[in-house]
Design a protein around this ligand. Structure first.
Ligand code: ZN
Length: 291
């Protein structure tokens, strides 16, 4: 996709059936699907009782830099509590290369938050050691987010689904001296800017892209599934603070509606992104999928 002077390419790690709806959204019921618009039902396989999902990165080429937003699940990573993520061997890196980018050419890796499915390709296994996949990149993390996953801190609270992630996907890039902590307002090339988006995790961020009058939003996990456009009140079981996550989601979607922004989440299945054109009459939002 071209957005002003910026070229955006989706790099896929996984696309297909995901979690059971009631596991992802404990408050969901069958009536919610019946009441939902047709477009929302295209993102669920009701006979298999599975949400359709994707796990992808967004590759952003500005006129000056190559930027990767989120780095998916990664290969050969031990994920004892998440079977789908455990010891994968997927051609994500080959897909990046097919998009015309060698790992050495990535200038910035921006992680919206530090969950296993957003940091996996930060590192790869080389001679039995985890090394940064992108040797010349700065990895941009929120300090708040980093602190909440820093297993070396005395106040660290372990969360089983993210076990091993700090050790294999975060610490190796810190030790390589490639991490830069960024706060609200940090920008890359006057086209990308970091905005705080707490709730899903304490230090989650979203990343705004703005170029030549065109607007887009890389939303990380502020929104997980298109049904939440119709029912923004639906909170994911992975949202750490559901009340804050809901406020953050509504603020972001209102902003997208006001600006006609392209919404680019991490987990929407095909066609993966939409433009928010306005509000419906029930507290939801109107997406245009023909982008
Ligand atoms: Zn995620």
């Amino acid at each position: 996709m071209q957005l002003g002077s910026v070229q955006i390419t989706r790099i896929e790690d996984y696309h297909g059936p995901g979690l059971a709806p009631e596991f992802m959204f404990p408050a969901i019921d069958a009536k919610m699907w019946e009441d939902a618009p047709d477009w929302a039902r295209r993102f669920v396989d009701l006979s298999a009782n599975r949400l359709l999902t994707s796990i992808h990165s967004w590759l952003v080429r500005t006129p000056h830099h190559t930027v990767l937003i989120d780095s998916c699940i990664g290969n050969h990573k031990e994920r004892p509590h998440v079977p789908h993520f455990n010891m994968r061997d997927a051609p994500w890196l080959q897909r990046l290369q097919a998009a015309g980018v060698q790992p050495e050419e990535v200038d910035f890796v921006m992680c919206t938050h530090l969950h296993a499915d957003h940091v996996g390709w930060n590192t790869r296994l080389q001679d039995g050691r985890w090394v940064p996949t992108f040797p010349n990149a700065k990895y941009l993390f929120s300090q708040t987010e980093f602190d909440s996953w820093d297993a070396r801190r005395p106040d660290y609270v372990a969360r089983p689904f993210n076990q091993c992630v700090f050790e294999d996907s975060i610490l190796p890039v810190v030790e390589a001296g490639q991490v830069q902590f960024v706060e609200e307002g940090y920008g890359v090339d006057d086209v990308l800017s970091v905005e705080s988006a707490p709730g899903h995790t304490a230090g989650s961020v979203k990343i705004r892209v703005s170029s030549q009058g065109s607007e887009g939003m890389f939303s990380g996990d502020v929104i997980h599934h298109p049904l939440q456009l119709h029912r923004p009140d639906l909170c994911s079981s992975f949202d750490e603070d559901q009340g804050t996550a809901l406020q953050t989601r509504i603020r972001m979607l209102d902003d997208c509606a006001a600006r006609g922004s392209l919404l680019m989440p991490t987990h929407f299945a095909a066609p993966f992104c939409c433009r928010i054109t306005g509000h419906d009459h029930q507290g939801g939002y109107l997406p245009d999928w023909n982008v």
